[in-house]
Design a protein around this ligand. Structure first.
Ligand SMILES: [Zn+2]
Length: 427
């Protein structure tokens, strides 16, 4: 999460929770017959182009073929789904979510962490998953339960077992912070207040990283700074990275300050989250070291809104202005930028906003789609199976009304969501 600046009401957008009708298959995960998707065009995630007149053939959970209609053989007995007026894109990825948090205008972060029972938070999370899936996002990298322990591991399993609908999850469990650098904070110093992440320092980090991985963490999340400045030393971050790496897990570092970003990049994390104090030199260093940036622009916008600023009319908040400058520097540097919004701090289901903001801040619509598909998949370590519409890749696709390579607002107009070959429809 991004530490909340306290909170003024932000109108909750009028989302209606969808109900899901699961089609092929009725039970189990294997669709009974091949499925052919026929849209106006296909953005396959391998280039900035959308290809008119292409077909996609799905067998089971995988893409079997994709290409021009004249060249792709339609298997006997296929179910053909016509999607006129739409563009097929690979499943969208949000690389920075919090399924166990809800909009801070509904309840302050401290209250969510300290007062909401775990079961309540888990029940809410199942609704969040539906909203995020309905928005066309079939993968979330969920970066910390914020006081909800290892609940993300169980929720992930519930999705995998088909007990609740939702995006696939890469989870971080509790996340790691240096002692007394996180929140809830500002209580009387004689009290020990439960924290929203696990505290560890120095050599003790090694055991905590192993413990979190052993309990189910797919990614290790650290907080490399807070509002006062950098927290972990570079050598502490390096210890986290090396311990996680030997277990095959990448590290995501929360860092907004230049120093927190610098230490994280030098220590070899996979991604840096937020980073709105990043400048040309830091983004160049990240590029050289193959560290991706996850800018979470939407949370900066939502913080500005909560403090009364109206998008499009009022001058940008200082934080958003800073993020815009950083985004320009990052684009110029060529650092890898991936789509991640910090949803949970704002309303679930509103994930498309991050792509709109990335375009507003200087990306082309196609670049933002790549940032939310193949580029994100590669940066978070799942690029060999997802993020592209390509034979033998997982059949996760979204049909968007219109052409999102020309008008990014099309990402809000979801006609169909397919996850592992199964079609979900919002009603
Ligand atoms: Zn976050």
């Amino acid at each position: 999460m991004l530490r909340p600046d306290y909170l003024i009401l932000w109108a909750v957008l009028g989302l209606v929770a969808p109900t899901w009708g699961r089609q092929a298959p009725a039970r189990g995960d294997e669709p009974i017959k091949p499925v052919v998707l026929r849209a106006d065009r296909v953005f396959d995630g391998t280039s900035t182009e959308a290809h008119p007149g292409w077909l996609v053939v799905i067998r089971g959970k995988e893409v079997a073929a994709v290409g021009p209609a004249a060249e792709v053989a339609v298997p006997e007995g296929s179910e053909v789904i016509d999607l006129p007026g739409t563009t097929l894109v690979p499943r969208l990825i949000d690389a920075h979510s919090h399924i166990l948090l809800h909009d801070y205008s509904e309840a302050a972060w401290d209250d969510q962490v300290l007062k909401e029972p775990l079961a309540l938070r888990v029940c809410r999370a199942t609704n969040h998953l539906k909203l995020d899936l309905a928005a066309g996002f079939t993968t979330l990298r969920d970066l910390g339960t914020e006081g909800a322990g290892y609940a993300d591991v169980g929720i992930k399993r519930a999705v995998e077992q088909g007990i609740v609908p939702g995006p696939r999850l890469l989870v971080a469990t509790r996340a790691i912070v240096a002692t007394k650098t996180y929140a809830p904070s500002a209580f009387a110093p004689e009290w020990d207040i439960p924290q929203g992440a696990e505290e560890a320092d120095g050599d003790a980090l090694r055991a905590v990283v192993r413990d979190q991985i052993g309990r189910g963490a797919d990614v290790v999340k650290i907080y490399a700074d807070n509002a006062r400045g950098a927290t972990f030393s570079e050598s502490e971050i390096r210890l986290v990275v090396e311990t996680a790496r030997s277990q095959g897990r990448p590290v995501a570092a929360h860092a907004s300050s230049a120093e927190g970003m610098r230490r994280s990049a030098l220590a070899g994390v996979a991604t840096i989250e937020h980073g709105n104090d990043g400048d040309a030199a830091i983004f160049r260093m990240m590029k050289e070291r193959n560290v991706a940036w996850c800018p979470t622009l939407t949370v900066f916008e939502s913080i500005a809104r909560r403090s009364g600023s109206k998008a499009g009319t009022d001058p940008e908040s200082a934080r958003l202005r800073k993020a815009r400058v950083a985004f320009r520097a990052a684009l110029d540097s060529g650092v890898t930028i991936i789509n991640g919004s910090d949803v949970g701090a704002f309303t679930h289901g509103e994930l498309a906003r991050e792509l709109e903001l990335m375009v507003d801040f200087g990306m082309t619509p196609s670049q933002s789609l790549l940032a939310a598909t193949s580029v994100a998949a590669e940066a978070i370590g799942i690029g060999d199976r997802v993020g592209r519409i390509k034979p033998r890749f997982v059949a996760d696709l979204v049909a968007l009304e219109g052409d999102p390579t020309h008008d990014i607002h099309a990402v809000r107009k979801v006609r169909l969501v397919m996850k592992a070959g199964a079609v979900f429809r919002g009603q």
